[in-house]
Structure formats: structure tokens, C-alpha cells
Write a protein that binds this ligand. Structure first.
Ligand SMILES: [Zn+2]
Length: 381
């Protein structure tokens, strides 16, 4: 059977996505963002740590470890924050690869299990040699760029992802809110620049921020960042870390091409990881294609389930299944008769768009219970 059975639901079921990233391991990020993120539990962000000045990492380790334990991502902004294209191969290794190990160690010393999967190049200066070093240890890199938006159907340059740089100015906050509207495709774009409307539908906006304080400079005020977070949620953007959204986006280009092979009573689908250094868990919300269901002779009354690690995964009210991409295979079959084959209508899943804003940490720990997805957990990994 050459039919592709899966279509990944864009942006985890949201209109689009927004990843807020904060660079340079600044003290005011810890001080001012921790209480906001404690309050807005549907927002999780990325902190790109650097060791600028020689002891930045140890000085801020406890604060960022706490943020990591809340489900925020810790990424790699290099040891010395240098112009990477000017460095030797050996120096690139210590700046990027060795520093990723060091970040994980300092986080572990502070009680946080962190898996560094993303880099942000200092000054957004990148070249082939720099990208090659990043690729040895991480699957994604954030550079600067223009509008910072990514279309669902277009595979981006994973080691040179564009981001929209937030700069402090009188109009910066209004521009930030407008960027979040544009990502969600809300509003009237009749008079906008062409690049503002080039994405037809919801897109993923990557934002680059620095300080979070009332003291000016390259900072956004805590009140403004909080209103930006809230705007992202109001616009139904999946407001999740850079690696989380990036891994979901990257995985779909693989999964949606995977083909089904007849296997006993069902069909087996296998695929490979597109990169060895992705998050340890990548839950994907998928639908079964009509072509597949037809070719397999399955009907809507068949109570089709996915099976991974011996566990059956039933669909939610919208017919979406949440599969674990890193399990690298799934079987599609009729539900077994041992209690899991209860007709879908008897499960009465509740419609709840907020609940679909599912946040996992990068080790796959479910940080927020999602009531409308029936995942029977435990993947044999
Ligand atoms: Zn920086």
C-alpha cells in the first residue's frame, strides 16, 4: 500500500505558533519573567544561555534551572558570545558543542534535567562551518531575519531559522502585537507590505528578545511582554518553546510522507528521525487520511486506533490522534475488544480549545493535562 496514512494537524491544533526567545542569560529575565510564566501556564518560552564574562552560566544557573523545571527551554547561545565565523574549528567546538554539555551539567547541578537541542548564533552570524558544528549536537538554530515567520508547508532552513528581532523603540510594542496578529492572520492586511501577508494562513512566528525590565536599553517591559504573551494566547497561537514547535514542524515533513504496510489485521507505518538531536519526545497530533481509510476498507464505525508500544491510542472528538513521533512506528488497526473498543460517541470527549494548548517539556513530561485527548501512555522508550 503506497498510501500515506497520516496528516499532521498544523501547529498542534492551533491557528499558528509563537516562540518567544530570550538571549544572553540576563538576570532581569529570571527576576521578571518567572512570576509572569508562573501565572500564564499556557505560555512556555526559550532562554538562550551564554557564558559572557566568564561566569554568567554559574551565576544564573539556579534561576534558569527553575524556569527549565517549569517547562521552558534552555538553549545554547555559545560560551563566549563571539563572532563565530571568525573562529577556528577547535574554537567552534568549545564555543558550541562543549558549551551545550556544560549547560546540561550546570542545569543538572541545579536539579533540572535539560536536553539542549537548539542554538542561537551570537549576532546571528552564521556560515557553513558554524552550521556544521551546530549540526553535530543540535537540530535547529535561530538566526535573525526579517519577518520571522514560517509557513506550515514550506520546510525552513533548520540551521538558519529567521526570527523577528524585538528592538526597544516607541513603536516596538505595537509592532510586536501586530506581528502576533499577522502570524495568526487576524486583521485587515489590505494596506500592508507584501511580506506581511505572504503567509496564507497561520504561521509560526519566532521572536528574539533581550532584557525584560523597565530600565530601557534593549529591553521590553514586564507589562509589555505580558500583554504580548496574552495576545498570543488570545490569537490561539501555540505559544511554546523554539525546539518544541521546531520539532513538531520538522517531524511532519517526515511523518506525512510515511507509507503504510499491511501487517496482520492492521497496517504498520515506520519512519526515521530527520535529525539525531531532536527532543526526546515529540508528540504529534495527526489525522488519518481519507485515501488511506478508503484503501484499507476502514469505516467510521470501525473504532480505529493507533498502537504504539503495545498501547492503543484513541482519537479525540475531532478525530485527532496524538502519536509519539520518536517511537518511529505505529500500527493502525481496529480497536481490540478488551474495553478499548468503546464506540467514540460513548467517550464524550469535551470540546475545549484551551485544553488543546498542550505543553510538554523537552523530555516529554506532560505539564498540563489535556482533557480532550485520550492517550494511553507509556511508549517503550
Ligand atoms: Zn546575544
Amino acid at each position: 500500500m503506497a498510501t500515506t496514512p497520516f496528516t499532521t494537524v498544523p501547529w498542534n491544533g492551533h491557528v499558528g505558533a509563537a516562540s518567544f526567545t530570550f538571549d544572553d542569560a540576563m538576570d532581569d529575565q529570571i527576576k521578571n519573567l518567572t512570576p509572569i510564566l508562573e501565572e500564564l501556564t499556557d505560555v512556555r518560552v526559550t532562554f538562550f544561555l551564554s557564558n559572557m564574562g566568564g561566569n554568567r552560566l554559574t551565576a544564573t544557573g539556579a534561576g534558569f534551572a527553575k524556569l527549565a523545571k517549569m517547562g521552558n527551554e534552555i538553549g545554547n547561545h555559545t560560551d563566549g558570545h563571539l563572532q563565530l565565523p571568525d573562529q577556528s574549528d577547535d574554537k567552534l567546538k568549545t564555543e558550541i558543542t562543549d558549551f551545550a554539555d556544560q549547560i546540561e551539567k550546570v542545569m543538572a547541578d541545579n536539579g533540572a534535567e535539560v536536553n539542549v537541542t537548539a542554538v542561537a548564533t551570537p549576532y546571528c552570524n552564521n556560515n557553513e562551518k558554524v552550521s556544521a558544528e551546530i549540526d553535530k549536537r543540535q537540530f535547529i538554530n535561530r538566526d535573525c531575519g526579517w519577518h520571522g515567520r514560517n509557513d506550515w508547508d514550506t520546510e525552513p532552513k533548520w540551521l538558519g531559522m529567521a526570527s523577528r528581532v524585538w528592538n526597544s523603540s516607541e513603536t516596538a510594542t505595537a509592532e510586536l502585537l501586530s506581528a502576533l496578529d499577522t502570524a495568526a492572520y487576524i486583521g485587515d492586511f489590505g494596506a500592508a507590505n507584501p511580506w506581511e501577508v505572504q503567509v496564507k494562513g497561520g504561521s509560526w512566528l519566532v521572536l528574539l528578545n533581550h532584557g525584560v525590565s523597565d530600565e530601557g536599553g534593549m529591553s521590553i517591559t514586564p507589562a509589555d511582554i505580558k500583554s504580548a504573551f496574552k495576545r498570543a494566547l488570545e490569537n490561539n497561537l501555540w505559544t511554546a518553546p523554539f525546539s518544541t514547535v521546531g520539532a513538531y514542524h520538522r517531524a511532519h515533513f517526515t511523518l506525512d510522507k510515511a507509507e503504510a504496510i499491511k501487517d496482520g489485521e492492521g497496517y504498520k507505518v515506520s519512519w526515521e528521525l530527520p535529525h539525531q538531536h531532536m527532543p526526546k519526545s515529540i508528540p504529534l497530533k495527526v489525522k488519518l487520511t481519507d485515501d488511506f481509510l478508503k484503501e484499507a476498507g476502514f469505516t467510521t464505525n470501525d473504532n480505529i486506533v493507533l498502537v504504539q508500544g503495545g498501547k492503543e491510542i484513541a482519537p479525540d472528538a475531532q478525530g485527532n490522534y496524538t502519536l509519539e513521533f520518536t517511537a518511529l512506528s505505529a500500527t493502525i488497526r481496529k480497536a481490540s475488544t478488551l474495553g478499548l473498543g468503546t464506540p467514540r460517541q460513548n467517550k464524550q470527549p469535551r470540546e475545549n480549545t484551551q485544553a488543546s494548548n498542550k505543553i510538554y517539556d523537552l523530555n516529554g513530561k506532560h505539564l498540563k493535562q489535556n482533557r480532550d485527548v485520550h492517550v494511553i501512555k507509556v511508549f517503550g522508550k
